[in-house]
Write a protein that binds this ligand. Structure first.
Ligand SMILES: [Ca+2]
Length: 199
């Protein structure tokens, strides 16, 4: 048991700056702290282990088009999303809007992807990718803004990270994060979607 005198001495040391007020808590300016999209690591799930806070297509639609969206785990801890599609005419994806902060001008958006059995459909934009686009208050893409995307068009050898830097429109209310299979069949795993303000 620590007596009153010792508590007093400890309190004085903290007040004098000799001891950190929260011992063992070290805060440093790491890259991890600048990520503003915490939902992108898929470690916050529902009690049933399904996606939380993401727009997910209705199961009946997925069944109709032969698509699947599942939360998987590896190494006993890490979770990622697996999207598969059997119809190269469909877009099988999940979505989430990140509200834009007024000071954001450019964002570095990245995603880890693992693709297998990928076969692209006809559109030139077919891919296993995530879009990162400027949307208005109705969730519609702002006119004149780009279809920014990061992804792959062929199978990968394990996990790869893809990055795109996007410009935030002054009129944008949110950035839509839209990962999935765009007119491509096969399987796409993805994880660690990160968004870092650059300026
Ligand atoms: Ca994860």
């Amino acid at each position: 048991m620590i007596n009153a005198t010792k508590w007093f001495v400890l309190a004085m040391l903290v007040a004098a700056g000799c001891l950190p007020a929260l011992a063992g808590v070290t805060v440093s300016a790491t890259d991890a702290e600048t990520n503003v999209f915490s939902e992108g690591n898929f470690e916050t799930l529902t009690a049933g282990g399904t996606l939380k806070g993401w727009d997910v297509p209705h199961p009946s639609w997925l069944e109709k088009v032969g698509g699947r969206i599942e939360v998987m785990s590896e190494d006993g801890t890490n979770h990622f999303v697996r999207v598969s599609s059997t119809d190269a005419k469909q877009i099988v994806r999940i979505g989430k809007d990140l509200p834009v902060q007024p000071e954001w001008k450019k964002l570095k958006c990245s995603i880890r992807i693992r693709a297998s059995n990928l076969k692209l459909g006809e559109p030139t934009w077919a891919a296993a990718k995530s879009h990162f686009i400027n949307v208005d208050e109705k969730g519609e893409k702002l006119k004149g803004t780009q279809w920014y995307a990061a992804g792959v068009v062929a199978d990968t050898d394990g996990w790869v990270e893809k990055t795109v830097v996007i410009e935030v429109s002054p009129e944008a209310k949110a950035v839509r994060v839209w990962p999935g299979l765009y007119c491509a069949t096969g399987t796409m795993d993805f994880d660690d979607i990160r968004i870092v303000p650059l300026e």
